[in-house]
Write a protein that binds this ligand. Structure first.
Ligand SMILES: [Zn+2]
Length: 272
């Protein structure tokens, strides 16, 4: 009786294997990455590498390029020095521009040495020449619809014009309207940003610090064929945290093929 049971069990197993395609039986693991980490006094590159090893999460370091009050990489030689330094460590080397037109300060040859570029839409140039930094906690929004029309337009400009791989802090909202997420991010607005990203092969960063984008956005983006990356926008030991990202991976059924991976870099952890 026991032998008969074993035989039936083996036959059932063979049948299941024959029916289910190989990739579904052994899905590729989701790459554990945080591509939005800043070097800071509270997080040196050596500390970041240690954290990366402890957490088993591949880190990507970004710095602000161009001309701005907090952009230390102003030209090709500073960019090359930055990349050469990072190449000594098992991290990806990236940039996070904050101003439109940042590419004018660099040659294509120097930019080609990078592994990836991320940019968010949280520093919005205004008609009077000022910059509206909507990530600041005291940001005031008087009319959600007016704000969202302007914000969606800027998101699309960043995706269309800045030659980026990842839209960082995707679908973020200022603190004062964060509780009105559904009212602000209507399906129509989400779809406009998603269509632009799919057209330009720009991935959406799922940010575990701001906990954005929300599930509805990710599901809509996945259905449209968009890709995703993981980030924390961190300058401390929060780097490498993936709690919200992994929650969304599970809830939105994201697979390895949905995740953006930077250019091959010989110094990454896995090749050590
Ligand atoms: Zn950042």
């Amino acid at each position: 009786m026991k032998q008969l049971f074993q035989l039936v069990f083996m036959l059932a197993l063979l049948l299941v294997r024959a029916i289910i395609p190989a990739h579904a039986q052994n899905p590729q693991p989701i790459p554990k990455m945080d591509l939005h980490v800043h070097q800071a006094p509270g997080l040196t590159i050596e500390q970041a590498v240690l954290l990366s090893k402890e957490k088993g999460v591949q880190l990507g370091i970004v710095e602000h390029p161009g001309i701005c009050p907090y952009c230390p990489i102003e030209n090709d030689s500073l960019l090359t020095a930055y990349i050469s330094k990072l190449r000594q460590y098992p991290v990806y080397a990236g940039l996070q521009p904050v101003t439109p037109g940042w590419r004018q300060y660099f040659s294509q040859e120097a930019l080609d040495q990078l592994d990836y570029v991320i940019m968010d839409a949280l520093e919005i140039p205004q008609a009077d020449g000022s910059i509206w930094r909507i990530w600041q906690d005291d940001t005031q929004v008087s009319d959600i619809d007016d704000f969202m029309e302007m914000y969606v337009t800027y998101n699309i400009q960043v995706i269309d014009n800045e030659g980026i791989n990842v839209l960082a802090n995707a679908a973020f909202l200022p603190k004062c309207i964060a509780n009105d997420y559904r009212k602000a991010w209507t399906k129509e607005r989400m779809q406009k940003v998603i269509d632009a990203a799919v057209k330009h092969h720009v991935a959406f960063e799922i940010n575990s610090f701001y906990r954005v984008p929300k599930k509805e956005f990710i599901q809509l983006a996945k259905a449209a064929g968009a890709k995703f990356s993981f980030g924390t926008d961190s300058r401390n030991n929060f780097a490498g945290t993936m709690d919200y990202a992994l929650e969304m991976v599970k809830e939105c059924h994201l697979e390895a093929k949905d995740i953006f991976v930077p250019k091959d870099n010989k110094n990454t952890l896995s090749s050590e």
